[in-house]
Design a protein around this ligand. Structure first.
Ligand code: NAD
Length: 309
């Protein structure tokens, strides 16, 4: 089921690495896309992709049926939503707001509440699948909101992705995203520590992979994104950790997980440790590498050394 939605006018705010190709896919499906971004480079690329560019976020939202935001963090989303020049006051009552950014659960709930208070409909719909998924329209959307609102946005989301999961009320999409990425961050560190322990014990990467990939250590971090070169030829470890899901983005997502752990008084020792490890790794020259590069920090002891200072 792709691209079956009736043609709509869609305001798209945030045309960066993810938002640019997402807006382009909506334009290619025949929707009228009016976009806005603060960055001239992002604007130029989106224009080439068939997006009409507005002078402001408010102008992009005016007369729109749907307004999509794809911004760095909760503060950007709330700033674009709020105030006199904000999209909530510029849009016609009854406009559907979809926030696809990855933001704090609390900010997502505040954004949806404020949209409803202004007479609109709102869902949070963060994504997984990265820039490749945004480009190929193969994203997974994790959606939080009222069932009728989620049903209303599903055709538009299906145009940009392959899978739409309704996770619950407002904020539930963000909640699913932080929980999933907490599993991912912790499991990549676990797999990396196991390979480095194997090295110290004289165990080959191939032997450990052959055992664990079909035994109880099996997980995505091992079998798809293996942190050592060789066993999985497509994993970023085979290309010097270039491409893939950057350390800085994992650090951001685990920071959101840590905020949620604090807010809910959840005593998750490993989730907090993983957030701390990726935060420190994001302060090094490895920030732009795939997050499986954490194995290099385990191997050279840099994270442990810093901890003991
Ligand atoms: P990006 O930095 O490439 O794009 C964000 C864009 O927002 C930039 O072009 C910036 O100029 C624009 N922007 C910031 N403030 C603005 C404002 N007030 N008005 C208009 N435009 C504004 O980031 P991205 O990689 O596209 O990520 C966007 C969101 O998607 C983030 O929340 C990120 O965590 C999430 N995400 C990213 C990936 C990924 O692989 N890149 C994967 C999943 C989720």
């Amino acid at each position: 089921m792709t691209g079956a939605s009736p043609k709509q006018r869609i305001g798209f705010i945030g045309l960066g690495n993810m938002g640019g190709p997402m807006a382009g896919n909506l334009a290619a499906a025949g929707h009228e896309i009016v976009g806005f971004d603060l960055s001239p480079e992002a604007v130029a690329t989106a224009r080439d992709g068939g997006v009409r560019i507005a002078e402001s976020a408010a102008e992009a939202a005016r007369d729109a049926d749907v307004v999509i935001t794809m911004l760095p963090a909760g503060r950007h989303v709330l700033a674009v939503y709020r105030g006199e020049g904000g999209v909530l006051s510029a849009a016609r009552p009854g406009t559907v707001f979809i926030d696809c950014s990855t933001i704090d659960v609390a900010d997502a709930r505040a954004a949806a509440e404020e949209a409803r208070a202004a007479g609109h409909r709102a869902v949070d719909a963060p994504v997984s699948g990265g820039v490749i998924g945004a480009t190929n329209a193969s994203l997974t959307f994790m959606v939080g909101g009222e069932p009728a609102d989620v049903a209303a946005v599903e055709p538009v989301l299906q145009t940009m992705g392959r899978k739409v999961v309704h996770c619950g009320g407002s904020g539930a999409g963000q909640a699913a995203k932080v929980c999933n990425n907490m599993i991912l961050g912790i499991s990549m560190i676990a797999v990396s520590e196991a390979f480095v322990l194997g090295e110290a014990l004289g165990l080959s990467h191939e032997a450990l992979f052959e055992v664990s990939s079909t035994a109880t250590g099996q997980c995505w971090a091992l079998t798809t994104n293996c942190p050592v070169p060789g066993p999985v030829p497509t994993s970023p470890a085979n290309r010097d950790y270039q491409g893939g899901f950057a350390v800085a983005l994992m650090a951001k997502d685990l920071g959101l997980a840590a905020n949620a752990l604090d807010a809910g008084s959840v005593d998750a020792v490993l989730g907090r440790a993983a957030a701390d490890i990726y935060r420190r790794l994001a302060e090094t020259e490895r920030a732009g590498e795939d997050f499986s590069t954490v194995i290099n920090a385990v191997r050279d002891g840099s994270l442990a050394r810093e901890e003991s200072r």
